[in-house]
Design a protein around this ligand. Structure first.
Ligand code: SF4
Length: 178
């Protein structure tokens, strides 16, 4: 195709993006709003989350990153991902714990100030999932550090992630003294 024709098509055709689905946006906004209220009640401020990948295939990461993208934009509800465990209330752990990353998880847990929560995300973080039994893996997150809430799925979508965090703040797990 010639360059002028290519440019003409680029100008005349609609962009290849999905239309915004307000129904999904509304449900997520309601969940995120409840999360913001629960965090303020429990902590008196926003919830700070440190994500820890201990052996994920990155499928769970794509869904977690979606929470901060321009479509979901959940930072508007005070949900914050922080760069250091020293600033975190919650460790959001993805993947099966590999032998190589076991120490990293232990050290991240120790570096997080108490009280703190640990949330295991996805089937791998529960019991190893599709990697269960591999020579390279220790097992689920519970095999290394205590888990307060597990969010099932492979991977869990943004709504499931928010429901899990809500269960943490509104549920019996409460604020840990660990
Ligand atoms: S739970 Fe599924 S998406 Fe998440 S790390 Fe495991 S295999 Fe990947």
């Amino acid at each position: 195709m010639s360059m002028p024709r290519l440019l003409l098509e680029a100008v005349l055709k609609h962009p290849l993006t999905e239309p915004v689905t307000r129904a999904v946006d509304g449900e997520l906004a309601a969940l995120a709003g409840r999360l913001e209220v629960a965090a303020r009640k429990q902590l008196g401020r926003s919830l700070s989350i440190r994500h820890v990948d201990v052996g994920s295939c990155n499928g769970c990461e794509l869904e977690i990153h979606a929470l901060s993208n321009a479509f979901y934009d959940l930072e508007r509800f005070g949900l914050r991902f922080v760069a250091s465990p020293r600033h975190a209330d919650v460790l959001l752990v993805t993947g099966v714990v590999t032998h190589n990353l076991r120490e990293a998880l232990e050290r991240t847990f120790v570096a997080t100030p108490a009280p703190k929560w640990v949330v295991a995300v996805g089937g791998c973080a529960l019991d190893g999932g599709v990697f269960k039994g591999s020579y390279a893996c220790v097992g689920g997150v519970e095999a290394v550090v205590g888990v307060d809430v597990h969010i099932p799925g492979c991977p869990p979508n943004p709504a499931a992630l928010l429901r899990g965090l809500l269960a943490l703040l509104e549920g019996p797990a409460g604020k840990r003294g660990a």
